[in-house]
Design a protein around this ligand. Sequence first.
Ligand code: NAD
Length: 264
Amino acid sequence: AGTLMAGKRGLIMGLANDKSIAWGIARAVAAQGAELAFTYQGEALEKRVRPLAASVGSDIVLPCDVADEASVDAAFATLEQRWGRLDFLVHAIAYADKQYLRGRYMDTPRDAFLQAMDISCYSFASVSRRAVALMPEGGSLLTLTYLGAERVTPHYNVMGVAKAALEASVRYMAVDVGDRNIRVNGISAGPIKTLAASGIGDFRYILKWNQYNSPLKRNTTIEDVGGAGVFLLSELGSGVTGEVLHVDSGYHVVGMKAVDAPDI
Ligand code: NAD
């Protein structure tokens, strides 16, 4: 435990269960003294999120479906009532119909494309606009992305295209709010076995591939992402904005492996 984030209040969006990347970040920032609020999507998740929130001392647990403007407004109205201000926001939300996380990207129908873009990309700008209004003294906004935004990875398809737009959003938003001392960054996490990831075709193979071929020779954990989250959300990251930080055991630097790579 430390005090790097003592006195800071943050909203964590996208907690589903204790495997969620949002949980890795929440636990790490709470261990540094941050006070937290959470949103969850859909009643089914409330019973999972409430006890997790309680375990890090939070009783602010609000429903929020980012596809529904009224729901987002209601969550931020309650948050404003409870806290009045905010220091940081974690956006750990993505969705695409898993029917299209296989096969050819170019076969994605318009409605599935727009839904993936809406929930996985537009929502970061939409919730950030409301968060920034509660940050008169500066703050830090963080989202989660994946290598499939930069290069083609198996089955990521429409989600890769949405993540590319999300990473561009990080850069545009960094300029939008930089003069208010608000920083905007993304973490590009290596593959982690979560609820969302289970929708991606051949995910077990993708995990193995990354384990064998990354410089660190292991998969990324939610604790790895939590550590980077503390950096970007605290004053440690005070000079960093518009950045996409890879937390992936170094996998993104590898072009090709030598012949002694183990067979998989
Ligand atoms: P997760 O399933 O634990 O979290 C995804 C969250 O998105 C869930 O809490 C879900 O409720 C929420 N969500 C979906 N649609 C929503 C909506 N309409 N409104 C509000 N919330 C909604 O999975 P995760 O892997 O922890 O995902 C968190 C983020 O990390 C996502 O952006 C994901 O793309 C990203 N990411 C994941 C990996 C990985 O391998 N797991 C790698 C890189 C990036």
